[in-house]
Design a protein. Structure first.
Length: 278
């Protein structure tokens, strides 16, 4: 992996997993307070409204990031890219393999989600929430494909995983961060997918010591999900919650092959990082 830049970071082991849970609870509380302020001012946000995620979450996370970075004496540049290699050297060789991996993961994730919906049928309010989340046009695209990847990777990989690596073994640190990432979505459907993809994002951070590959992977995954939604022949309003609209087996095998080949390609790329490290 790329060598780290040395800096004046303080409290490298903060937060641990329990402190991270408290931070997530604090973040939720701040979001509720900000949301209440917007409602008092006459603004109305529905559950799943991308404007809620794009405005309220940015404000709340800005407060949390400011406090944590000040406490840890971290700059944003150190948070995003603690590696001593340039961003271009780290991210450039990973663009194509991550595109391949993510193309496969979008199809596989939709199949996992179909199975979850079959086992745990969605309520109408949950269905409405997901529909509203992806139906906001440009607002949804900016929120889900730009804002969410930046904010979530900064919090879960840039702050939580960074400190967890000082508290736990690498495997445990990545696993705990992924579980917290899944829990933060607060529903069973996103919990499973986010936890699985969180393992990939966490591994990318560990081997590259940079948030940029994780942000890129996260952004193209969310973009792929939105594109899949708009291109899908399924009508979410009328689809039966008791049947799984499975993909063609050939499509699934192709997706699995793309995901596996992409991961192997990523592994080969980061292997060269390790060989080049002093």
């Amino acid at each position: 992996m790329p060598p780290l830049r040395t800096g004046s970071e303080r409290h490298k082991d903060f937060p641990d997993v329990w402190q991270a849970l408290l931070i997530l609870a604090l973040l939720l509380g701040i979001e509720i307070l900000i949301g209440a302020g917007f409602r008092d001012a006459g603004a109305r946000f529905g559950r799943g409204d991308p404007k809620y995620i794009g405005i309220i979450t940015v404000f709340a996370c800005g407060i949390i990031f400011s406090l944590l970075l000040s406490y840890k004496n971290l700059s944003y540049s150190e948070l995003f890219h603690p590696s001593s290699k340039s961003v271009q050297d780290v991210l450039g060789p990973l663009v194509l393999p991550l595109l391949l991996t993510t193309a496969g993961s979008v199809i596989l994730a939709t199949e996992i989600n179909n199975a979850l919906v079959y086992i745990f049928p969605m309520s109408q309010s949950e269905l409405d929430m997901f529909i509203e989340m992806v139906s906001g046009g440009v607002v949804s695209a900016i929120t889900l494909c730009v804002i969410a990847p930046f904010i979530e990777e900064m919090l879960f990989r840039g702050l939580f995983l960074r400190s967890f690596l000082s508290n736990y073994s690498t495997v445990r640190a990545v696993t705990l961060t992924s579980v917290l990432f899944g829990l933060a979505h607060m529903n069973i459907y996103q919990f499973v997918i986010a936890s699985i993809l969180g393992l990939l994002s966490g591994w990318l951070y560990v081997v590259t010591r940079s948030l940029w590959p994780s942000i890129f992977e996260h952004a193209i995954y969310n973009s792929g999900v939105m594109l899949y939604y708009f291109q899908s022949d399924h009508d979410l309003q009328t689809s039966a919650a008791t049947s799984i609209p499975a993909h063609n087996p050939l499509v699934l095998l192709t997706a699995l092959a793309a995901f596996a080949l992409g991961l192997y390609w990523v592994y080969q790329v980061v292997g060269r990082y390790r060989e080049a490290a002093p």
